[in-house]
Design a protein around this ligand. Structure first.
Ligand SMILES: Cc1cc2nc3c(=O)[nH]c(=O)nc-3n(C[C@H](O)[C@H](O)[C@H](O)COP(=O)(O)O)c2cc1C
Length: 310
């Protein structure tokens, strides 16, 4: 490939195609509009919006964010405007600008997940639904849906029968075997798997002798979790046939390329949007430069080409 040729960075993830493999992760990019003055939204592979529930949620008591040397611990508590306000006040902006939009959804019961999915059947211009299964199942006493293969599968199965939209199931790393959960949700009908969500964590103040978060514990994200996320993606890619999206601690193009090499078809960038909102564009440019310098014509020729050490 000639160094001047523009590399082909489009990717195919089963039912959805993206012009490039770099998206922004749910909960770290608002509803898109918040970043539109600083980031050219049309250049992003897809915008995954903040998680939406049936009813608005106020979230957890403050403080809700703590910085650690390797990342962020958040206990936002899934605060969001609720489905009706999302459809009337948030989505039209992304639709008008033709931004590929993935809607992240969650519920407190399986029926709530299904109800939200059903409501999207009459909404145009959504690329896919991303199902966040790292949420407490109220009926099962607060244990998270994603921690058990049977519960995870039943969320996906119920959402699958409620909609024809492409489904991405977002996995938690807080399980004994992420491959087992991945297989269960594949069998239940998810089209794509994304991983990982945040990792349960805690921070305390030795002077006040108090926890740093209003909720006491929260979810760790950012550079500290990248090696864990990479291992999860590797195990999930080996376990399933559906495309996988890699998420966790991506800071640079090199980080994103590591995920692609182990087999992720695309990546999402989360915490870094708070540090430098243009990270997504810089990662994209870095991937293109890498491809030119390595003479890789199509990104699909690089994805999953991890070689053995021997
Ligand atoms: C402040 C904050 C809010 C988040 N909200 C959501 C959410 O609503 N739904 C969801 O599925 N993930 C949510 N996440 C998780 C991210 O989408 C992502 O999976 C995680 O942060 C790991 O990626 P990162 O290390 O690049 O941040 C949130 C993360 C942060 C930091």
């Amino acid at each position: 490939m000639n160094g001047d040729v523009i590399p082909d960075i489009s990717v195919n993830l089963g039912p959805i195609s993206l012009k490039n493999p770099v998206m922004v992760a749910s909960g770290t990019f608002g509803y898109g509009r918040e970043y539109s003055d600083v980031v050219p939204l049309e250049e992003i592979g897809a915008v995954v919006v903040k998680g939406i529930s049936l009813k608005p949620r106020p979230g957890n008591p403050p403080p809700r964010l703590v910085e650690t040397p390797g990342g962020l611990i958040n206990a936002i508590g899934l605060e969001n405007v609720g489905l009706d306000a999302f459809l009337s006040d948030k989505l039209p902006f992304l639709r008008k600008r033709n931004i590929p939009t993935i809607v992240n959804i969650f519920g407190e019961t399986i029926d709530e997940y299904a109800e939200i999915a059903r409501r999207f059947n009459s909404v145009d211009g959504i690329l896919a639904l991303e199902i966040n299964i790292s949420c407490p199942n109220v009926k099962a006493g607060g244990v998270t849906f994603g921690s058990d293969p049977i519960m995870a599968a039943s969320v996906v199965q119920t959402v699958r029968s409620a909609t024809n939209l492409p489904l991405i199931t977002k996995l938690s790393p807080q399980v004994t075997s992420i491959a087992e959960i991945a297989k269960a949700v594949e069998e239940a009908g998810t089209d794509i798997i994304s991983c990982i969500n945040t990792i349960p964590a805690m921070a305390v103040n030795i002077y006040s002798r108090k926890p740093r978060l209003g909720n006491i514990t929260g979810g760790l994200s950012g550079p500290a979790i990248k090696p864990i996320a990479l291992r999860c993606v590797y195990e999930v890619v080996k376990a399933v046939k559906v495309p996988v999206i890699g998420i966790g601690g991506i800071t640079t193009a090199e980080d994103a390329l590591e995920f692609l090499l182990v087999g992720a078809k695309a990546v999402q960038i989360g915490t870094m949007n708070f540090v430098n909102p243009r990270t997504v564009i810089e990662v994209l440019d870095g991937i293109k430069s890498f491809m030119k310098s390595q003479r890789i014509a199509r990104i699909e020729d690089f994805i999953g080409r991890l070689e053995n050490l021997q």
